[in-house]
Design a protein around this ligand. Structure first.
Ligand code: C2E
Ligand code: MG
Ligand code: MG
Length: 405
């Protein structure tokens, strides 16, 4: 099969959904084929040779997990997307299972599937015209085309009162021909090809300068920056970051580095050395996406973290599942018992924020508080939010701040 072919196989017992997915895929240039039973599925895998498989996890008489196993046994190289109306954890587990069988898991689609989500996911596995190559990324780094957006992080300063005191820096790349490219995608490409240090240095430099610019404008915000596991294996990294901060004039106490739980496992000895020296230099350390990685709780108490970030997948489900609520509450307690602050990610509604407030979560981040945005737009958003929350008892009043929007 030539590399440039795009063939999508949909496996679902709902004909309308098969048609919806097929139509969207055809509009993007895929050949499509839809099946709804295991025999037809096996036949299609052999004959049609899909490059992408969209797999429903629940079908009468067969479950998607069995079909995943079949693909794994066949050594399939196709991108696999799982779809289901079940909760995020089932989808996450199915993906882990697929990965453990050597499959190229592309992600999960929660039913009802939104066209926008489907298209952006499928775009990532289109072969042919304009693939994201190492050279494209290298050129973007040389031309400093990677931008940094900032998402507000609110701090609970009193019961019911959340004030924005910090942000998370998130890398953004809008390629002229390929459109917006997810950081998950280009960060992993950079990691694979030795470009992650240069990418991270660019993000750190831009974020530190922005932090100083806000300060000059009267806004004191802490800035969290994501670190790839690979950088934690480099003993020179803490000194380099401290040097950059000193040159730019940024206070290390305002800077937090977010590390994923699984990253902390990479080489525990070196990682611990690097992280401890970062803490000694007054940088904050946050354990990102907590609860989703592979590392044991042991990593958490061994490494010198100052904040625990509760992953979106738990936060999003708190009203759908009692056990998600229990997990969030317990993670807040765990953080506090270990002397860390707890930050919930993926806060999309006031109700979720109220729940977090009731369990004493210290920080919250998510679309309800603010989406990632360019640095020059952030000041206005922060001032607006903080003015509205200046006093919980008069939360609907507007601000008297001279900087107000
Ligand atoms: P992360 O560090 O866990 O960042 C949070 C992600 O959740 C961001 O996705 C953010 O846009 C998204 N998000 C925030 N609030 C909500 C919400 O309420 N609902 C939902 N559905 N999503 C929300 P983004 O920007 O696509 O970044 C994805 C991941 O890419 C990040 O996850 C981080 O691991 C990585 N990343 C981003 N920038 C960098 C970087 O400069 N360096 C490294 N090493 N990794 C980065
Ligand atoms: Mg993060
Ligand atoms: Mg996270």
């Amino acid at each position: 099969m030539p590399e440039t072919e795009n063939k999508l196989l949909v496996v679902d017992d709902q004909p309308d959904l098969c048609e919806f997915i097929s139509e969207a895929a055809r509009a993007m240039g895929f050949d499509t084929f839809a099946v709804s039973d295991p025999q037809a599925f096996r036949h299609a895998v052999e004959e049609f040779q899909p490059t992408v498989v969209v797999l429903d996890l629940q079908m009468p008489g067969v479950d998607g997990i069995e079909l995943l196993r079949y693909l794994g046994e066949r050594g399939s190289k196709a991108h696999v997307l799982v779809a289901s109306g079940m909760d995020q954890r089932v989808l996450a587990t199915a993906q882990q299972l697929g990965r453990s069988q050597g499959l190229n898991m592309l992600g999960a689609l929660q039913k009802p599937i939104l066209l926008e989500d489907l298209e952006s996911t499928l775009r990532r596995c289109l072969r042919g015209e304009s693939p994201l190559t190492l050279e494209t990324l290298r050129a973007a780094l040389e031309r400093h085309e990677i931008e940094v957006y900032y998402q507000p992080k609110a701090t609970r300063v009193a019961p019911g009162r959340w004030v924005i005191e910090g942000v998370e820096a998130l890398a953004r790349w809008h390629h002229p021909a390929l459109g917006p490219i997810s950081p998950v995608r280009f960060v992993s490409l950079a990691e694979k090809h030795g470009l992650i240090r240069s990418l991270t240095e660019q993000v750190i430099e831009v974020a530190l300068r922005q932090c100083c610019a806000w300060e000059a404008d009267g806004l004191q915000l802490s800035v969290a920056i994501n670190l790839s596991p690979q950088l934690l294996n480099d003993l020179s990294f803490p000194d380099q970051v401290a040097r950059m901060a000193a040159q730019i004039g940024a206070d290390a106490r305002r800077i937090v580095f977010e590390v994923t739980e699984s990253a902390a496992m990479f080489d525990p000895g070196t990682t611990m050395d690097v992280l401890t020296r970062m803490r000694v230099k007054n940088f904050g350390l946050s354990i990102d996406d907590f609860g989703t990685g592979y590392s044991s709780l042991k990593q958490l108490y061994l490494m010198p973290f100052s904040e625990l970030k509760i992953d979106t997948s738990f936060v999003r489900d708190i009203f759908a599942h009692d056990d998600a609520r229990t997990m969030v509450e317990t993670m807040v307690l765990l953080a506090h018992k270990l002397g860390l602050t707890a930050c919930a990610e993926g806060v999309e509604t006031q109700e979720i924020l109220d729940f977090l407030d009731s369990v004493g979560c210290d920080r919250a981040q998510g679309y309800f508080i603010g989406r990632p945005m360019p640095g020059d737009r952030l000041g206005e958003e922060v001032r607006r939010w903080n003015a509205q929350h200046a006093d919980a008892s008069r939360s609907s009043q507007t601000s008297d701040s001279s900087h107000g929007s």
